[in-house]
Design a protein around this ligand. Structure first.
Ligand code: ZN
Length: 56
């Protein structure tokens, strides 16, 4: 009983952590994809060139 409760709460916090990470990831994708797309694209583009990553 005790073990079951412990593993259940452990599973629950794992799910919470995954949900939080997923939300943060979705937020980053949303912000990068939709908000200030030009500025973020330029910044990413500059970083790509600065690191020598082939781009165009
Ligand atoms: Zn480029």
């Amino acid at each position: 009983m005790t073990t079951q409760t412990l593993s259940l709460s452990g599973l629950r916090s794992d799910i919470l952590a995954l949900a939080a990470v997923g939300l943060i990831g979705l937020g980053i994708v949303f912000v990068a994809g939709h908000a200030q797309a030009g500025a973020l694209h330029d910044a990413a583009h500059d970083v790509r060139h600065a690191t020598g990553f082939p781009c165009h």
